[in-house]
Write a protein that binds this ligand. Structure first.
Ligand SMILES: Cc1cc2nc3c(=O)[nH]c(=O)nc-3n(C[C@H](O)[C@H](O)[C@H](O)COP(=O)(O)OP(=O)(O)OC[C@H]3O[C@@H](n4cnc5c(N)ncnc54)[C@H](O)[C@@H]3O)c2cc1C
Length: 465
């Protein structure tokens, strides 16, 4: 660290050679540095924020993400900075305001997951990871600096980066440049990788006493037509509560409505906390970049793409991206261009499955169409009646299974539940709606393999550019 600071202060025309430049000291940046340090590479992380301020963002980490963080040496076996999460409890929308019929998706039902996940307050997590990675061999971290330019270098299809801080600019020559700079990635923009963006909604979050958390030890998810709310312990005695605020909705009014569906004692705790503390705010985006790589630049974590936080898989995916990139570099003996092609394919598959899953679940939970309502009922019927179905769903949610084919099969299995619901639909005189909705859902289940194929073609096309 001292070495780089000195160079940046004393050289009039500053240049620096490293093996890997990482833009962003968040989860993806820290994980990338931890993954690549054992390969003997000289790594520089640049992070604009001198210290991470409080921010509403990812905190729930699925077991594969915890395993990956431990494997990278970023979390200890007996880690005490967060709270254990044993799975999820989902409270369906219930206009009568009863909460007995929630569904549990415990990790213990999933083959291959032999421990729980964790929730760690976002700032605590980021600070912990960055502090930890600073001690890795050959890793330097420059705070208060940002990547401000990406320039073509003398070598074909290779870029250099300019890093800016208060004292000026430094040209960085790196064999590999990693954009781990979040959903609004500058590296992505400066490299000319286009992307599609959709802003779903906003999110408000507070920290409260966790005494009355409805299902302690689980990620509690409350569904209602105004959006999805989440509640889970983040450390001993404290819980995070987040409310989704749909576009155009008044946030105070929306929170009031969300709270009507919370158990009374917990609702009162939340109201007390909200009266004392200004909630943190965030936005929920879907961002799909055209490619994950270009030349010697690779995008990781949210820079590589993000989706609605419903699946709570952003952190786990960011850490997996780092591991996928490391493995691609090892397999190709550090042939950067070839390694990045491999990385783009593996990371793209994980991303496609989690994005498709989050979109389908969000549609089923929030859309008001007849087929979405039927899909919603089918999902709960599947989860209530089929332990294997629960396990498959949680394997997909947790990224343990990141195959789009598995997702397509599960979607079909869920849709088949419609036949279980047929007698009730018949009784209620909904047969017409049921038939039409079933046809639409059956058609949709065919579009999942089609989406996968289109994705594959797009990825090939982007890599050929
Ligand atoms: C409301 C909400 C709830 C969520 N809940 C969950 C959850 O429960 N579980 C989960 O797994 N995920 C969740 N996510 C997603 C999760 O927060 C992200 O996937 C994760 O934080 C991505 O980490 P990252 O390192 O890629 O990006 P970030 O955490 O955004 O880090 C990017 C870093 O890059 C730095 N940077 C920016 N510009 C530059 C530049 N020009 N040069 C250098 N550095 C730069 C930034 O300062 C920042 O530190 C949630 C997201 C939201 C919005």
């Amino acid at each position: 660290m001292g070495h780089y600071e000195l160079m940046m202060e004393t050289h009039a025309k500053r240049q620096l050679d490293v093996d890997v430049l990482i833009a962003g000291g968040g989860v993806a940046g820290a994980a990338a540095a931890a993954a690549l340090s054992p390969l003997g590479l000289k790594i520089l992380i640049v992070e604009p924020k001198s210290s991470h301020g409080r921010r509403l963002a990812g905190e729930l980490i699925h077991p594969p993400g915890i395993d990956a963080l431990k494997q990278l040496g970023l979390l200890d076996e007996d880690c005490t900075i967060g709270a254990e999460i044993r799975g999820f409890t989902i409270f369906p929308f219930d206009a009568d305001n009863e909460h007995e019929d929630y569904v549990s998706l415990p990790y213990s039902e999933v083959e291959g997951l032999n421990h729980g996940g964790m929730a760690i307050e976002h700032q605590v997590l980021k600070d912990h990871l960055l502090e930890r990675v600073k001690d890795f061999p050959r890793v330097d971290v420059l705070m208060g600096c940002r990547v401000s330019q990406i320039l073509p270098s003398d070598q074909k299809n290779t870029y250099q980066a300019v890093v800016t801080d208060d004292s000026g600019e430094t040209l960085i020559n790196a064999r590999l440049i990693i954009g781990a700079d979040g959903p609004m990635s500058q590296v992505r923009k400066l490299t000319g990788i286009s992307h599609e963006t959709h802003r779903y909604s906003g999110m408000l979050g507070v920290e409260v006493d966790d005494t009355h958390l409805p299902t302690p030890g689980f990620g509690n998810i409350f569904l209602n037509p105004l959006g999805i709310s989440y509640a889970y312990s983040v450390t001993k005695g404290r819980a995070r509560v987040m409310f989704e605020i749909l576009r155009g909705d008044d946030s105070k009014e929306s929170v009031r409505e969300h709270l009507k569906f919370f158990p009374r004692a917990f609702r009162e705790d939340i109201e007390k906390a909200m009266a004392q503390e200004k909630p943190l705010a965030a936005a929920n985006y879907r961002i799909v970049p055209k490619s994950a790589v270009h030349g010697n630049v690779a995008l990781l974590g949210d820079a590589r793409g993000c989706c609605h936080p419903l699946t709570a898989s952003g952190i786990t995916t960011a850490v997996k991206d780092a591991i996928n990139l490391r493995d691609a570099l090892i397999d190709t003996q550090f042939d950067v261009q070839q390694a990045l092609r491999r990385y783009a394919i593996s990371a793209g598959r994980v991303q496609l499955t989690r994005r498709t899953l989050s979109e389908e679940l969000r549609e089923a939970f929030l859309s008001h169409t007849n087929e979405a309502k039927l899909l919603n009922q089918c999902i709960f019927s599947y989860w209530r009646n089929n332990p294997k179905g629960r396990a498959h769903s949680l394997a997909l949610l947790s990224t343990l299974d990141s195959s789009i084919v598995s997702m397509g099969i599960q979607f079909l299995m869920v849709v088949l539940q419609a036949f279980r619901l047929l007698p009730a639909q018949f009784r209620d005189g909904n047969l017409g709606h049921w038939c039409l909705s079933l046809v639409k859902l059956a058609y949709k289940s065919l579009t999942i393999p089609q989406t996968a194929f289109q994705h594959w073609l797009r990825e090939r096309h982007a890599l050929a550019d």
